[in-house]
Design a protein around this ligand. Structure first.
Ligand code: AMP
Ligand code: ZN
Length: 487
């Protein structure tokens, strides 16, 4: 391990493996190699899923900001993920394809594109984002099936065959389940899910297609025709694209219990080592919603597009995520989103008043702004404390100088709120369902202004009520100067 922390405040991150904060020290000097478990593309992502990628994006941006050359791999799972993480149920993509009478490849393509569209709307760095550095490498699971078969062959000594396929014997590796603080026998009754499993926690490396059935996605292997187990892809792609050991592995907190312990077991077997394969394992907590609208099986669920259709800017959702620490549970509510939207608007308006200089090579000289930047660095270094970081960017907007503009641009490289680019008009809450056009609103508003100038308050009030009847709230004296909003 190298000993070259980046200049500035130390970057301390919470390692789920040791359950403590650890200073980031890169394995390869000057480089950071990160793997993030990506989406299973059988349906649209919900906004909870997107919280996981906003978190991973902030981590990646932080490492770049600190000067590390970042290699960030995020996978797309288009095969192998069963409806139950613990080897039970059907393949999520096969199921979606059957329900929609579509080819599995079309399903995967459609939902991958939907996912990328959310990624772009949330300003998550990735290869599809024009003008952005290629910050993330998106690897598709089905491209790696031959590599998965080779990996499985090399760990065969840790496996046993059952009629259903090849299973990993979790008792053959040291300290299985240490990430979840679980033991081999803590399988939540999973031992019955597959007959013949030696331990509850043992899991499929390869699933054979049952006799008489055909799957849309299947490959030949030494253990019969079939498909890889879900956990295999992440070990294979992370090992191949980043090399073992790599620096940081991320995912949602649910992965701390099954998926990541299983990846670790595979990595241990493959590397003939007790080490987990990554130095730091990081997990974002869940976005929760009381009425059950996060569940994809509950009909209409909380997609980013629903937020946009209701008139909210997608970056208001990004800000909502950043207002909470990534390790805390975050409760979604429309009121909370509205508050984040208003805060974003306030920030964008304040930033627009600051001179638009923002050349990345310009130094900040004002000692008060230098201090804000140092505090920002400290906050981010404190396990990505974005909640505090936002208050510091707010402070910087109070300075109306070119220096402030540079400071805001510098901090926004991590927060990714596009503060210097956001158009004021795009930040008006404007539900898709609204019938009235902007031109009509403006025309009524200008008639109302004339009436008010003539002290004809009766007409002014009537026009205001007319707009209210069409869902337009007139905001006289709004400190943000927004004049009106659609509610
Ligand atoms: P999936 O597509 O189901 O594999 O999930 C993609 C990512 O979203 C994983 O990292 C999950 O851990 C994460 N995730 C799922 N539900 C939530 C949620 N409600 N809040 C935050 N992250 C989530
Ligand atoms: Zn994974």
């Amino acid at each position: 391990m190298s000993d070259d922390p980046a200049p500035g405040a130390p970057l301390r991150l919470f390692n789920s493996l040791t359950r403590q904060l650890e200073e980031f020290r890169p394995i390869h000097p000057g480089e950071a190699r990160v793997y993030t478990c990506g989406p299973t593309v059988y349906n649209y992502p919900h906004i909870g899923n997107m919280r996981a990628y906003v978190f991973a994006d902030v981590l990646g941006r932080t490492l770049s900001w600190k000067g590390y050359k970042l290699t960030h791999v995020i996978n797309i799972t288009d095969v192998g993920h069963l409806t139950d993480d613990a080897d039970a149920g059907e393949d999520k993509l096969e199921k979606a394809a059957a329900e929609n009478a579509q080819s599995i490849w079309d399903i995967a393509r459609h939902y991958t594109e939907a996912y990328w569209s959310d990624v772009k709307a949330l300003n998550i760095r990735g290869p599809m984002k024009a003008g952005m550095p290629e910050a993330a490498h998106w690897s598709i699971a089905t491209d790696y099936v031959p590599a998965m078969i080779e990996f499985a062959k090399s760990i065969e000594a840790h496996c046993y065959e059952l009629p259903g396929g090849l299973y990993f014997d979790t008792s053959t590796v040291a300290d299985y389940g240490r990430l979840a603080r679980a033991a081999t026998e803590d399988g939540e009754g999973r031992i019955d899910a597959v007959e013949g499993k030696r331990h509850a926690a043992d899991f499929a490396i390869w699933r054979k297609t049952p006799p008489g059935e055909t799957r849309q996605m299947e490959w030949d292997s030494p253990w019969g025709r079939g498909a890889p187990g879900w956990h295999l892809e992440c070990s294979v792609m992370s090992g191949q694209l980043l090399g073992f050991p790599f620096d940081i592995h991320t995912g949602g907190i649910d992965h701390r219990e099954i998926h990541h312990p299983n990846e670790i077991a595979q990595n241990q077997a493959f590397c003939h080592s007790e080490a987990s394969g990554a130095n730091i394992w990081m997990h974002n907590n869940f976005l929760v919603e009381r009425s059950g609208k996060m569940s994809k099986s509950a009909g209409e669920f909380l997609r980013l597009q629903l937020l946009i259709d209701r008139g909210y800017h997608p970056l208001a959702y990004r800000l909502m995520c950043l207002q909470a620490h990534y390790r805390s549970e975050l409760e979604f509510s429309w009121e909370g989103l509205q508050a984040a939207h208003v805060r974003l608007r306030r920030l964008a308006k304040a930033a627009a008043n600051v001179h638009q200089l923002a050349k990345s090579d310009v130094q900040v000289h004002d000692p008060r702004l230098v201090e804000i930047l140092a505090k920002f660095d400290e906050a981010i270094g404190d396990d990505l404390n974005t909640a505090v970081a936002i208050t510091l960017i707010e402070k910087a907007t109070a300075f109306k100088t070119d220096d402030a503009s540079t400071a805001i641009a510098t901090m926004d490289q991590i927060l990714g709120l596009k503060l210097l680019d956001l158009e004021r008009d795009n930040l008006r809450i404007r539900p898709k369902s609204a019938q009235i056009s902007e031109a009509e609103i403006q025309s009524v508003l200008s008639r109302r202004l004339t009436a008010r100038a003539a002290k004809d308050f009766a007409t002014s009030d009537r026009l205001r009520d007319e707009l209210a009847a069409q869902g337009v709230e007139v905001m006289d004296g709004d400190p943000l100067g927004w004049d009106w909003k659609l509610g």
